[in-house]
Design a protein. Structure first.
Length: 54
């Protein structure tokens, strides 16, 4: 990490953290609840579809 500080560059990890904090600040907690629910629904649908195709 010292190298990135010397050059002024940002690591992928730092960029992800910064983007997540910005999203949290602009959209709030409910946004994450909604996208988590949508993701869970999608996984459930994919599992059901896979079971039907067997």
């Amino acid at each position: 990490m010292a190298r990135s500080e010397e050059r002024g560059e940002m690591t992928v990890r730092e960029a992800g953290r910064k983007g997540g904090e910005t999203t949290k600040r602009t959209h709030g907690h409910d946004f994450y609840v909604q996208i988590g629910h949508k993701g869970g629904q999608k996984v459930r649908d994919l599992i059901q579809r896979a079971k039907r195709s067997e």
